[in-house]
Design a protein around this ligand. Structure first.
Ligand SMILES: C[S@@+](CC[C@H](N)C(=O)[O-])C[C@H]1O[C@@H](n2cnc3c(N)ncnc32)[C@H](O)[C@@H]1O
Length: 274
């Protein structure tokens, strides 16, 4: 069904994510000690979006090292997490074993998953920092639809593509500046990566290949895969400081400072059914 496969861009990204996993597993940002002590990594957006998951089968695409996947398992879902980083999958399996949480983790490129996994799920979930790593959203949405059982629910919350056009302009001034196009071509953006979004460091981690997708492309991919759109929401806050100068509120969400607050969308969520 799908044929994007692990081309050289995705192979480079997988190597970078192997390196990032090692940084992230001990980072304050991911707070694994807090997770082990019982803290959930899920936010009100996906908790409200999916409601009660107990007893449901849940496929988590691009699960990183499994904290969200295991948080859903703690809420009673029967979880399968998928990621193309071998180190992320190893780390996720080791956490599940240590915490005695029932969970299955599979190392696979999203596009190759139909060849590796043969079942349907009540829920397909993916979140926070996923679509920019995928070159082809139509094939991605076909994979999502492929794994949904009849009446199954797909839920995504991710960074809003509109926010990405302002580059890394200071948060307070960001709404004044457009640095890159909202409608990029098919070529990836290439970035030398030092540290990661979660850990600041001068140490080179690898090369990052990213694709920006306008909101219309995301929605049309989901519709073209035969899914029914249930809801689309946009939020003026984010799960982490995507621009310099952002401020974290008491609710844990990051907002643009000063005049920037509320000016542009920073996250979106979409719910669709099969
Ligand atoms: C930002 S993380 C996901 C975020 C998750 N909410 C978290 O913070 O734990 C993105 C994940 O996508 C994975 N990834 C990127 N491209 C992928 C692909 N083509 N197939 C499978 N996994 C991929 C990376 O390995 C990484 O673990």
């Amino acid at each position: 069904m799908v044929g994007v496969g692990m081309d050289r861009y995705l192979q480079a990204n997988a190597r970078l994510w192997d390196n990032w996993t090692m940084l992230h597993a001990t980072s304050d940002y991911y707070d694994v000690a807090g997770f082990k002590a019982g803290k959930s990594t899920l936010t009100p957006i996906e908790l409200d979006g999916l409601g009660d998951v107990s007893g449901k089968s849940l496929l988590h695409l691009q699960c990183h090292f499994g904290l969200d996947t295991l948080s859903w398992a703690r809420r009673g879902a029967r979880v399968t997490g998928v990621d193309f980083s071998g180190r992320a999958i190893e780390q996720a399996r080791s956490l599940a074993a240590e915490l005695r949480i029932a969970a299955r983790f599979i190392q696979s490129n999203v596009y190759d998953l139909p060849a590796a996994l043969h079942e349907a799920f009540d829920i397909v979930f993916t979140s926070y920092g996923v679509l920019s790593w995928l070159p082809d959203l139509h094939r991605w949405a076909e994979v999502v639809a492929h794994f949904l059982a009849p009446a199954g629910i797909f839920f995504i919350v991710d960074h809003h593509p509109f926010a990405s056009i302002f580059g890394s302009a200071d948060g307070g001034e960001l709404w004044r500046r457009v640095a890159v196009p909202y409608f990029p071509g098919p070529q990836p953006e290439v970035t030398e990566s030092y540290g990661s979004y979660a850990v600041s460091s001068d140490e080179r981690q690898g090369i990052e290949y990213n694709w920006r997708h306008p909101l219309s492309e995301i929605i049309n991919a989901v519709l073209a895969a035969g899914l029914h759109l249930e809801s689309l929401h946009e939020y003026p806050y984010s799960d982490f400081p995507v621009k310099p100068g952002m401020e974290c509120g008491e609710d844990g969400w990051w907002r643009l400072p000063g005049k920037g607050d509320g000016m542009i969308p920073l996250l979106f969520s979409l719910k669709a059914t099969k």
